[in-house]
Design a binder for this molecule. Structure first.
Ligand code: ZN
Ligand code: MN
Length: 473
């Protein structure tokens, strides 16, 4: 790369198209359930695309899509309609997908990143998911492919952004923020993964990358592609518009097909569905009913509880954790609660890859545990170990701690006696310490802690050992 390029690098422009499953009970255009155990058991003439079957719009799916669009600050189109996107593939038996093109439900919104930068939302539209193709034994080795139509017709919302993202890490933050919003709205099937396609250009034609799942992969895929483009451009070669596929296993993008455009799909308005119109008041009512979203909640709690904003942001990013935290912080020491939730609890949740929604977290447990910690009746280590048991085994914290004898009652007098006993037994170590060996101090404290069986605080124990040793000098 020439040195001038470094000082004035080409502007990176990234846009995303994100598909997300709306968690309705029935499908987008028929009454089939969205969840079924046996393949091809939740299908009807409509979602199978049999001749003569007529689609009917699911009111809940529309409501969920509108909520999402409003949370993304979009302008709602009071009139919208559905179109047929024509393509041939075994996952779409009608040979077209019912989607929105000319008039989506919403346009022109934005999502704000943490640094205040606004990422434009081009549009939010509704569409049906195609069937799932099942390649038994992997796509390369499978002798044949099975089609499961249970997924055909499940409602999807598609969020399309303007090409406002200027780095892979911004794209990752966007996806994460979108997930946070979805956890607050409760309109998203959280067991599903966010699927995204990305457009990226770095001073050249744009390249589309398909098949990226999850917010960690988006950064990986874009980093790879950005580097690839810069290498090509660095050699003085050109990049022409084309589509690539992201391979999760290798972390690389590979060429898929040449230039294509939306017009190639030959969209036509679906004659089986009417033009829908919404009342202003209904939109206003939906807007008024939106929950307080994570970024507003973080600001409010930081102020109300006098805790750092960054700490509040980390805790309330997830709806459930934010709700339990607020309830806990009202009755416990707020600062202690914020420290505990942001460090210990989140560490457990992230380490074990858990979804707070599934954990049945109760504020009363955390209030109890934090009050023991606040009153200095347990050590920080005990609090942490108990938190793991509360999350995984649903134990009652006070009872659990008591049963294990973890209440720190070895204070002053009792601790002193224990230290004297240890120093009396460990004459060699005491001698070593007097000769300047600091290691023997650790050894002695360790022995005291073992004998104390969790009832002493390590700091107290160390202080007491030091005091006793100095006295002996
Ligand atoms: Zn159906
Ligand atoms: Mn789509």
């Amino acid at each position: 790369m020439k040195s001038t390029d470094k000082n004035n690098p080409a502007k990176v422009m990234i846009g995303l198209e994100i598909h997300l499953h709306l968690n309705t009970e029935s499908k987008m255009f028929c009454a089939c359930p969205t969840k079924a155990s046996e393949p091809n058991s939740a299908c009807c003439p409509t979602c199978l695309g049999l001749p003569g079957a007529k689609p009917v719009l699911n009111r809940k799916a529309l409501e969920y899509g509108l909520k999402l669009a409003l949370a993304l600050n979009c302008r709602i189109n009071q009139e919208f309609f559905f179109s047929r996107k024509t393509y041939f593939y075994p996952d779409m038996s009608k040979n077209y997908q019912i989607t929105q093109y000319e008039k989506p439900i919403a346009e022109k919104g934005f999502l704000e990143l943490k640094n205040g930068k606004r990422i434009g939302i081009t549009r939010v539209h509704l569409e049906e998911d195609p069937a799932a193709l099942v390649h038994k034994g992997g796509i390369q080795k499978a002798a044949f492919t099975l089609v499961d139509y249970n997924r055909a017709g499940i409602p999807l919302a598609e969020v399309v952004t303007d090409p406002d993202l200027s780095s892979p890490s911004e794209a990752r933050e966007f996806m994460q923020q979108l997930l946070n919003i979805l956890s607050y709205l409760g309109v998203y099937e959280s067991d599903a993964v966010l699927k995204a396609d990305a457009n990226i250009s770095s001073g050249s034609d744009r390249v589309e990358i398909k098949n990226i799942t999850g917010f960690k992969s988006i950064e990986r895929a874009l980093c790879f592609e950005l580097e690839r483009q810069q290498t090509v451009l660095g050699k003085g070669e050109k990049i022409v518009q084309h589509t690539r596929l992201f391979d999760e296993e290798t972390g690389k993008t590979v060429f898929l097909r040449g230039k294509e455009s939306e017009e190639d799909y030959g969209y036509i308005a679906d004659p089986d569905l009417p033009t829908f119109s919404l009342e202003r008041e209904d939109i206003e009512e939906l807007k008024a009913g939106l929950p307080e979203l994570h970024f507003l909640k973080a600001k409010r709690l930081a102020k109300e509880l006098s805790i750092p904003l960054e700490q509040a942001e980390v805790i309330v990013a997830d709806y459930t954790l934010g709700r339990v935290f607020e309830e806990t912080a009202k009755k416990a020491d707020a600062k202690l609660a914020a420290d505990f939730f942001s460090r210990e609890l989140l560490a457990i949740i992230n380490h074990d890859n858990l979804n707070p929604k599934d954990l049945n977290l109760k504020a009363s447990d955390w209030i109890e545990l934090l009050s023991l910690l606040k009153e200095d009746k347990i050590t920080a280590k005990t609090a942490k170990e108990t938190a793991i048991a509360v999350i995984h085994e649903k134990v009652n914290p006070a009872k659990y701690i008591k049963e294990r004898g973890w209440i720190k009652d070895l204070r002053e007098g009792a601790l002193k006696e224990l230290v004297e006993k240890v120093l009396g037994e460990e004459k060699e170590a005491v001698k070593d310490f007097k000769q300047g060996n600091q290691k023997s101090l650790h050894y002695l404290v360790g022995k005291v802690m073992r004998l104390a069986q969790g009832k002493a605080d390590p700091n107290d124990a160390r202080k007491e050992v030091e005091r006793a040793l100095n006295k002996k000098k």
